[in-house]
Write a protein that binds this ligand. Structure first.
Ligand code: PBG
Length: 327
């Protein structure tokens, strides 16, 4: 017999011991479910995101109802805006009769218990496909953009959004949105800031889903360089000081170190976005039979939680909730 007092395997002996030792839990109340919608009739499948679609109003309502019955209580809405409504000034982003405000009102009327998160950025509404306004010489304008984002945020709050989520990465937008919401009496509406949002190629399928890819240049002057992590801390400090209620790291899987470091540097809840490209990879490999979808999807989500995320935005939200319930 080898003399070995320390045997970590003793704690892995049976399911009861393993449960005692489990350090991280995954549950549906940690999920936010992203949904795409459009103004047409019928739903359109998104080829690079199997299982996801551009919902029409009817299927959006039934998807939200299904999510609630699976235990997923929060959704985030993304609009696929008709080409004719896209402009350089992105005015459609604050049209009270636009797609998003109408969807919020319809959803809230039917499901008051559903928490609705909205995205604040100009890209789906911009003829340039950028999150901000673009100057004649191709620069993304910061302060001018914030004026539009503020109108968009207030418009969404008026429609009944619970959580406003600026994803545009302009400097100072969290503070500006907070004070505009407060001035309008929306002191209860929370801000989930996309704080460390990287200029990532993993957003490809999402941009297909919304036809929102930049039509010139890239997003590197506002989204973060994937090489950086200290810069994330600086963004956290600013968003926290400006009044963010929750902060986000995005993408999630390739940035677990960022999530973990950010966890150490703020007391705020942290959300992580398992983005379209992460979902597409798991889907594609599973469809080929190369990976077991249920196991890898749940493992990827658990990994994001273990890194320090409190909340996960994931296209797997409903499926994962069902898998977890089935045990
Ligand atoms: C745009 C926005 C993007 C995503 C969420 N909001 C794309 C981008 O910044 O180009 C990506 C989400 C995903 O890939 O799932 N403001």
């Amino acid at each position: 017999m080898i003399d070995m007092p320390q045997r970590p395997r003793r704690n892995r002996r049976n399911p009861v011991m393993r449960a005692f030792n489990r350090e991280t839990e995954l549950s549906a109340d940690r999920f936010i479910y992203p949904l795409f919608l459009h103004d047409g009739d019928g739903s359109i499948p998104i080829p690079s995101m199997p299982g996801c679609q551009r919902h029409d109003f009817e299927s959006l309502i039934s998807e939200a109802e299904g999510a609630l019955s699976d235990g997923v209580n929060a959704i985030v809405l993304f609009p696929a805006v008709e080409e004719a409504l896209k402009t350089e000034d992105a005015e459609e982003s604050f049209n009270p009769e636009g797609l998003i405000p109408r969807a919020i009102r319809e959803l809230k009327e039917r499901f008051p218990e559903l928490t609705i998160v909205t995205d604040v950025a100009l890209d789906p509404y911009s003829s340039m496909g950028h999150d901000g306004l673009v100057s004649a010489d191709g620069c993304i304008l910061n302060d001018e953009t914030i004026e539009v984002l503020v109108k968009q945020a207030v418009c969404q709050a008026r429609a009944g959004a619970d959580i406003i989520s600026p994803s545009d990465m302009m400097d100072g937008r969290v503070g500006a949105i907070r004070s505009a919401l407060d001035d309008e009496g929306f002191t209860e509406v929370a801000i989930l800031a996309y704080t460390a949002k990287y200029a990532s190629a993993f957003y490809g399928p999402f941009r297909d889903a919304l036809d929102s890819a930049p039509r010139g240049g890239d997003k590197k002057t506002y989204q973060m360089d994937p090489a950086n992590v200290r810069e994330a801390i600086r963004e956290v400090e600013l968003d926290e000081a400006e009044g963010a209620d929750m902060i986000m790291v995005k993408p999630a899987g390739p940035y677990l170190d960022v999530i973990s470091l950010v966890r150490e540097s703020t007391a705020l809840p942290i959300a992580a976005y398992q983005v379209s490209g992460e979902y597409a990879m798991l889907k594609a490999a599973s469809e080929r039979g190369w990976l077991d979808e249920r196991s890898v999807a749940l493992e990827s989500l658990l990994g994001i939680r273990r890194a320090g995320a409190d909340v996960i935005l994931t296209y797997y939200a409903r499926a994962a909730a069902r898998w977890l319930a089935a045990g």
